[in-house]
Design a protein around this ligand. Structure first.
Ligand code: HEM
Length: 363
């Protein structure tokens, strides 16, 4: 597709598909022409669906709370949570990477970061799972059921966070919710609604994606054992191996935008108001950008993949996702001498924009 029809119109989905690195890069770099108000904002506007200048203002505010230092300080906790999760499965001699490690780790980390008490963790996990659950069969009834479940979970989460906000307003703690309440630019603070939506966005944007990153990296090490051998011999490669996973098996394979004016891309005229899907998964394998693009090189450098997007909406949680994946892989490789896939059929996550599997048993 990238070679033969690098920009094509999909009649069924009524949207443009863009596959080449250069074109995807151009789209993500130009938020004035390619808006993020792609329809998702009807469920409540968030950072992800805002355009400038509102986006810049909001992003600057949340950046004050979501600092690199706040993330780096989490390393010891991420290490102990990973070890605790693995302690529970070590005696079994086998585990499901998705279920036993890659799903609970990001949920626990984000819960702690937000200041959700440990006793509420299971409740919190159920809500987060429901918020990102896809539909198995593509019928209208299944879709309506999923949306109703999501609305219910979202309403319960909002109620829950309102309680936490009230408590932190009275007595601030060392957590993200307190920092969000404090964050201020030119005397202006975040509105309560903005904080609530932002907290929910973190769950929706951060949990399943990180689960898939950890799983996809483990999957690569078992599909291509030479990679596992190489990283075991050179543990310093874990960082670049995580980046290469984001290029080769990116958890998010496509990013949507809407054209704000008529514009030409790859010789095709995109009309104002039309939807445009940027296929990051295809762009990340573009031979015009990457040498030997279909080979996984754990030590690839430079690696300008777009697994976390590009431009003003570049993933806010990238430092956190990277840190969790690096720590999880380092500990997996240290604690287990030879990780092998326990062969079963794989079930993909039911979303065309996500690359991941529901379960990945290893021995
Ligand atoms: C934005 C991917 C983890 C929070 C994005 C975007 C991508 C992405 C592709 C850009 C979307 C766009 O341009 O429309 C990923 C991947 C992750 C990950 C692959 C894991 C491997 C996280 C985590 C968090 C997070 C852990 C937070 C806890 C966000 C937020 C945005 C975002 C808030 C919106 C930023 C903005 O619009 O300014 N992510 N993400 N993500 N991500 Fe992530």
């Amino acid at each position: 597709l990238r070679e033969k029809t690098p920009v094509r119109y999909d009649e069924d989905r009524q949207s443009w598909d863009v596959f080449r690195y250069e074109d995807v890069h151009r789209i993500l770099k130009d938020p004035a022409t390619f808006s993020s108000r792609r329809g998702l904002e009807v469920r409540g506007e968030t950072l992800l669906t805002m355009d400038q200048p509102k986006h810049t203002h909001m992003r600057n505010l949340v950046n004050k709370a979501f600092t690199p230092k706040a993330i780096n300080d989490l390393a010891p906790r991420i290490t102990s949570i990973t070890n605790e999760l693995l302690d529970q499965v070590t005696s079994r001699g086998k585990m499901d990477i998705v279920y036993d490690l890659a799903t609970p780790l990001p949920v626990i980390v984000i819960a702690e970061l937000l200041g959700v008490p440990a006793k509420d963790r299971m409740l919190f996990k159920e809500w987060s799972d429901t918020m990102v659950k896809g539909v198995e069969n593509n019928t209208d009834a299944a879709f309506a059921h999923m949306m109703a479940e999501r609305d219910k979970a979202e309403a319960e989460l909002v109620q829950y966070f309102l309680k936490i906000l009230e408590e932190r307003r009275k007595k601030p703690e060392d957590d993200l919710v307190s920092a969000l309440l404090e964050a201020e630019i030119d005397g202006e603070k975040l509105q309560e609604q903005d904080i609530l939506r932002f907290c929910i966005l973190l769950l929706v944007a951060g949990n399943e994606t990180t689960t898939n990153l950890i799983t996809n990296a483990t999957r690569l090490m078992t599909e291509q054992p030479a990679i596992q051998d190489q990283v075991r011999q050179q543990p310093e490669l874990v960082k670049s191996m995580v980046e290469e996973t984001l290029r080769y098996y990116p958890p998010i394979v496509a990013i949507g935008r809407v054209a704000t004016q008529d514009v030409e891309i790859g010789g095709q005229l995109i009309r104002e108001g039309q939807q445009v899907v940027s296929w990051v998964g295809a762009a990340n394998r573009d031979p015009d950008k990457f040498d030997d693009p279909d080979t996984f090189h754990p030590d690839r450098k430079p690696n300008a993949h777009m697994g976390f997007g590009f431009g003003i909406h570049f993933c806010l949680g990238a430092p956190l996702a990277r840190l969790e994946a690096q720590i999880a892989l380092e500990i997996l490789l240290t604690r287990f001498t030879d990780i092998e896939f326990e062969k079963t059929s794989l079930t993909p996550i039911p979303s065309p924009f996500v690359f991941g599997v529901k379960s990945y048993p290893v021995t």
